[in-house]
Write a protein that binds this ligand. Structure first.
Ligand SMILES: [Mn+2]
Length: 332
């Protein structure tokens, strides 16, 4: 993928005013986010889509993967195009929540004018304009700021998607990335008509029985380190098939062990092929789980991060346990 001409230096973020200026002068937009989108990715995109349409812009939202099923009840989710390729990148492509252009899984974006909006540590600054803020609890916070900068009123649709982005990306207000601003934004969203209990019920209480049973089976096999502070979970094709579930059904499982008071961190291994693993990690408070993910070329946030790793599971478990326990000790 050829890098585009940068209007900012490699380590410097554009300002929200610069991003707003680039948006004002353009008319046709393609919005996208990372593969296997989460609530922040979908919420950020759709809040932005509603905002741009308010300005009379033409907007397409194109993702490689469908939104998580619990989100399908929210406005605009049904209009997202699912495609691996974009033939016409419009006047600008706004990429949200993606550390690199490859992370979108959508081809053809590099031919457009790319505006990169992200709050992850280690964004590769692939855009013509790169706006990043690692202090934002969600990309949705940045989108909110941008919408304000553009002078667009907070409709209930925009507010709903900003709220979804924040609610999901903070792990229901559990992660250390939360700031007073997070609540200021949520307050304005609620004033604009968001119904927090209804949103929470739709997102978190939409389980099916099969998924609950798969959770049960995987939790039954959960391992704890000797000190009882680190939980290890694993899923492979055999386990999924035996429980008549899918890999998508394991979404959210990783957060459950952290509800145990003594457990400080979780590592979850998902098999993607022979000796090929996707590793997701979660931690509490000051424990920097992202430091471990970074060592394996991954990334995310201090309390929620992930990477890929190859090797025998027994070896990987040992390696990750050691590195995570090191971080747990460091945070004390
Ligand atoms: Mn995010």
């Amino acid at each position: 993928m050829s890098p585009l001409t940068m209007s900012t230096t490699a380590t410097e973020s554009a300002t929200v005013a610069q991003v707003a200026a680039e948006i004002r002068t353009r008319q046709r937009f393609v919005l996208t986010c990372h593969v296997r989108p989460d609530g922040d990715a979908i919420g950020s995109e759709l809040a932005m889509a509603y905002a741009l349409r308010h300005l009379g812009k033409q907007v397409r939202v194109v993702n490689r993967d469908a939104a998580p099923p619990p989100l399908t009840v929210f406005p605009g989710v049904g209009d997202i195009e699912i495609a691996p390729q974009v033939d016409d990148p419009g006047d600008a492509v706004i990429v949200m929540e993606a550390g690199s252009l490859d992370r979108t899984g959508v081809g053809g974006l590099d031919r457009g004018f790319v505006i990169n909006i992200d709050h992850h540590i280690g964004n590769s600054l692939y855009g013509a304009v790169n706006w990043f803020d690692v202090s934002a609890a969600a990309c949705g916070e940045m989108v909110f700021t941008l919408i304000q900068e553009l002078g667009i009123p907070l409709s209930v649709e925009i507010a709903t998607h900003v709220y979804i982005a924040i609610l999901t990306d903070t792990g229901s207000f559990h992660y250390s990335s939360i700031s007073p601003r997070t609540f200021e934004i949520c307050k304005l969203c609620v004033e604009a008509g968001v119904d927090p209990p209804a949103v929470a019920r739709s997102i978190f209480d939409s389980n099916n029985l099969g998924r609950l049973k798969l959770f049960g089976a995987l939790l039954n096999d959960m391992e704890l380190d000797e000190s009882g502070r680190l939980a290890t979970l694993m899923v492979d094709e055999t386990l999924v098939t035996a429980n008549a579930g899918t890999y998508e059904d394991t979404e959210g499982l990783i957060n459950l062990p952290l509800t145990v008071k003594e457990i400080q961190a979780v590592v979850f291994f998902k098999e993607h092929g022979p000796d090929d693993w996707r590793v997701s990690m979660r931690s509490k408070g000051n424990i920097d789980i992202n430091a471990v993910a970074k060592e394996f070329g991954g990334g995310g946030h201090k309390n929620a991060s992930g990477c890929s790793a190859t090797g025998r599971l027994a070896d990987l478990k040992k390696t990750f346990r050691e590195k995570i326990l090191e971080q747990i000790d460091k945070a004390r």
